[in-house]
Design a protein around this ligand. Structure first.
Ligand SMILES: [Zn+2]
Length: 89
């Protein structure tokens, strides 16, 4: 059997076919979701340059720190209110 003309890796799935089973599956996925959506996912997930990776990491850390700070502030406020009620009475 000949190798797939698309991935050049697997054998074709039918005797007269030119693509393998996996590439036919890819073709069906593209037909189902649209080529723009599939390319967008591939580019966002797989093709990420270092600068973008660093940016994403920084954003992730920033949101994590903001959430922690907010939670700490909330705890502190609760503690202060509890102390105020104790000192008032
Ligand atoms: Zn293939």
């Amino acid at each position: 059997m000949a190798s797939c003309r698309f991935c050049l890796d697997n054998n074709v799935d039918t005797w007269f076919g030119s693509w393998c089973a996996r590439c036919h599956k890819l073709q069906r996925i593209i037909a189902l979701f649209g080529v723009e959506k599939v390319m967008g996912v591939l580019e966002n997930v797989l093709i990420v340059d270092e600068e973008t990776q660093e940016h994403k990491l920084k954003e992730e850390l920033k949101s994590e720190l903001t959430t922690r700070e907010y939670n700490l502030r909330k705890k502190k406020d609760k503690k202060n209110k509890a102390l105020e009620t104790i000192t008032e009475n």
